[in-house]
Design a protein. Sequence first.
Length: 76
Amino acid sequence: MRFHFHGGWREPLLTRDVTVDDVVWLCRRLAARSDAQLRAAFRAGGSPKDVDARYVKHLRSRLAEGLRLAQHASAR
């Protein structure tokens, strides 16, 4: 599985050590959070309040992408 991520010094660790099952596990847990909880997490990280909704929308999209990996994982 190839991840579309290029993160500098972390990349070798991510591409070697993170499995599809790991991604699905995390996406399931994050997808269970409410939008209010996700907005609070972004605000705790210093996100301006006026962009939280956009961040949550984008995160929801990426979580859905990660959850689709479960179909591929079960097909193996």
